[in-house]
Design a binder for this molecule. Sequence first.
Ligand code: 1CP
Length: 335
Amino acid sequence: MNKLVECISNRDSSYLPIWFMRQAGRYLPEFKEIRIKNPNFINLCLNSELAAEITIQPIKRFDLDAAIIFSDILLIPYGLGQKVEFKKGEGPVLGDLKIEEILKTTAQNFLEKVSPVYKAISKVKEKLPQKSVIGFAGAPWTLLVYMLNQKSPKKDFDFFKVIKNEKLTQKLLAKLEDMISLHINEQIKAGADVIQIFDSWAGLLPKNQLFNFCYNPSKNIINKVNNKKKPIICFPRGLGKEYAEYCEKVSPHCISIDYDVDPQWAKNNLKGIPIQGGMDPKILLKDENAIKKEVEKYLKIFSGYPYIFNLGHGVLPDTKPETIRYITNLVRKKR
Ligand code: 1CP
């Protein structure tokens, strides 16, 4: 029944579940219709009725195996009292970081601000009892990047310019670990079957900082999540060959690979951990032949291996919804 959970927990290679990162979002006309009427993105995420409806949109259209809750990783800084806005064409813009206030935020303060997320999860689970519901959170490092940089990092992002005060940064990391674990546990309580941790900016870390800022914090969170029966998928984007060290040190239940990772290398080097994703979302903008060729490459490599079909990053806004249907049908035919 719960295909994603079976694939991960039983290392079952027989089914090939499929879902897409950013499957609910800007490439879907029915999402854009709701979005236009709701200019404040954070408020939209905190409207449990609409968040549940948006979560279900891609399931209704394509009958995917999993529904990822419509929310955002930046709800954690928001719940910690940092201002978060999404400006058109600019992406997220965060307010000044008041570290002392953030460190003082209690679990109760946090939950008062973000609890509609859990309500939305319960609604989705009620409406889709037969699907896997995915809750998620940003990893501490990726959240730290947004909180310190106050916007999306660009190519010139410099770790040592942003991390000026090591001691305070360590305190902030510890606080983030606590709040992320709390947020994950609440999502599980509300009905999430699987959790994904997005470390979208892991690739920005200098190699000698990976243990401190990426591996250890993610491992600590996995250890802190009480209900160990729910599998955790980790997505440390941009790690390259360090994906192998990540799997060894963090031992996630499932590892999501980005499109710079060679899938054959991943199959041979990631300790047999179930693998998710990999295909470049830009290929979805090409013609059907190019798409088919690439989908078949992934299916061939991961034949007989516990694999969840997905992309190497989120669906791009210019993707045609019909392309998602096309890929879903291709994967289904191979089952
Ligand atoms: O309409 C709009 O302008 C909002 C676009 C949008 C959407 C649909 C944002 C802004 N976030 C989301 C939803 C979202 N974000 C989901 C929902 C579920 C789904 O996948 O369908 C998820 C899982 C996220 C996670 C998220 N938010 C990540 C991690 C994944 C990734 O893309 O690497 C990150 C980094 C964010 C931050 C964020 N949210 C939105 C933007 C534009 C950004 C910045 C991205 C960047 O810095 O490049």
